[in-house]
Design a protein around this ligand. Structure first.
Ligand code: HEM
Length: 392
């Protein structure tokens, strides 16, 4: 008897392998709605990136040490001496950015295709929790190399927590584990990054995918009028959709390796709590909130600022229960589509302002200094020879 037959008969003696086989075949050979295409690959892309982050994260853990004295040196060791350490560190750092981007594109796809509508409201709600969890990974992971930028960005980030009304001071102390960012903050962020968030995300992904399987992918029909996709017009999950996903995964590996080689993440200088570097900015995915908070400085404005940053998240979670229209097709949902486009444009615009604030830029040959608030101020005079004069 061949080896595969031995395994087969071993399993047949112990399990109802026909039932298991039928269940797997049903999933593999199912038909997806006819509009399923390239836009539907971002969920799986986020999933693969989550797995890649887990593998590269475990490799990093072999050498990483979560204390202020050792963290920076251990990252230097990983990059300079550990076998392929530079590669898995870069793939982890770039993977984080790409995972957040994939989750965002996936969210945008499900939003504009009305896939969050009944009966998939809870798939959307678990999705928003996944989005918040993914950003949490970015925030906590950023501090771990314990370099200047990470230390000060976390100081500024946790400072915003103190502006939350009533519980602000407590919240800031809770996040930092003390009055200032230090050894306790590093331990806390480490535990959240490598234990708490991975398990929460794993559980939430399992629920998200289970719900998605229960309801199947949304069609473009009106709420309540969805019918199972007939075999003749559905897209075969295997091999058609799986082939598309395979192409995207190959591209992902190419992009990750290219970015790691062409644009590696610097380790930077070790954290120095006594020296604040100029112009500390958070990662790109925090720039919109970072910029928005600036317009609400001051004691009474702070509350408004926190509100302005939390309302979009609250709206996002409850959106399927607010938008109760029956149509799914974007052309038939002008209000929801306009709200989506407006929200996206505002986020991109604020993010861009955050990115260029406190820098000098040139528009059509004229140099401008962009203030903290993002306003342009003309720079006049010979910049090279003497300090620039700023036109108010
Ligand atoms: C770690 C993050 C996430 C992972 C791994 C993930 C994974 C997936 C996968 C594999 C699918 C199948 C279809 C597809 O890929 O489009 C799916 C469906 C879905 N996801 Fe996610 N997702 C994540 C985050 C989100 C977020 C942030 C949202 C929205 C806020 C969301 C909302 C949905 C909805 C509504 C569906 C059903 C789509 C349909 O029926 O057409 N997901 N998700």
């Amino acid at each position: 008897m061949g080896f595969s037959k031995v395994i087969r008969s071993f399993l047949d003696d112990r399990f109802d392998t026909k039932l298991a086989g039928d269940l797997i075949n049903k999933q593999v050979y199912k038909r997806l709605p006819p509009h399923t295409g390239w836009a539907h690959v971002f969920g799986s892309l986020a999933l693969v990136l989550f797995l890649s982050q887990t593998v590269t994260g475990i490799l990093l853990l072999m050498y990483y040490r979560p204390t202020p004295d050792e963290a920076h040196a251990s990252i230097q060791f990983i990059t300079g001496e550990a076998k392929f350490g530079w590669l898995y560190r870069q793939v982890h750092a770039w993977g984080a950015t790409l995972m957040i981007a994939s989750v965002l594109f996936h969210m945008i796809r499900t939003y504009f295709m009305g896939a969050y509508k009944k009966p998939r409201e809870l798939t959307w709600v678990t999705g928003v929790l996944l989005f918040i969890g993914t950003i949490g990974f970015g925030f906590t992971g950023y501090l771990l190399p314990w370099n200047q930028v990470a230390f000060w960005a976390t100081t500024v980030g946790t400072d915003s927590a103190s502006k939350v009304p009533y519980i602000g001071d407590w919240l800031q102390y809770f996040l930092r584990g003390g009055d200032a960012v230090g050894a306790e903050t590093l331990s806390r962020f480490f535990v959240v990054h490598v234990i708490i968030l991975p398990w929460i995300l794993l559980g939430t992904v399992a629920v998200h995918l289970f719900l998605m399987r229960l309801n199947n992918l949304a069609t473009m029909e009106r709420v309540g009028e969805e019918k199972p996709t007939p075999r003749e017009c559905g897209i075969p999950f295997f091999p058609v959709h799986v082939a598309k996903e395979a192409v995207v995964m190959v591209l992902l590996v190419a992009v990750l390796v290219t970015l790691s080689v062409v644009s590696p993440w610097e380790i930077g200088e070790p954290a120095n709590p006594l020296m604040t570097p100029p112009h500390i900015k958070p990662e790109w995915y925090f720039l919109p909130s970072y910029q928005l908070l600036k317009y609400f400085e001051g004691s009474s404005g702070a509350l408004l600022g926190i509100l302005a940053c939390s309302v979009p998240f609250a709206l996002l979670i409850f959106w399927p229960f607010l938008d109760r229209g029956k149509e799914r097709h974007p052309r038939k949902r002008p209000l929801a589509v306009s709200v989506g486009i407006l929200g996206l444009t505002a986020a991109v615009f604020l993010g861009y302002l955050g990115h260029i604030s406190e820098t000098d830029v040139t528009f059509f040959g004229q140099k401008y200094h962009i203030t903290l608030m993002g306003w342009p101020e003309k720079i006049t005079g010979d910049v090279g020879a003497s300090p620039p004069l700023i036109d108010h």
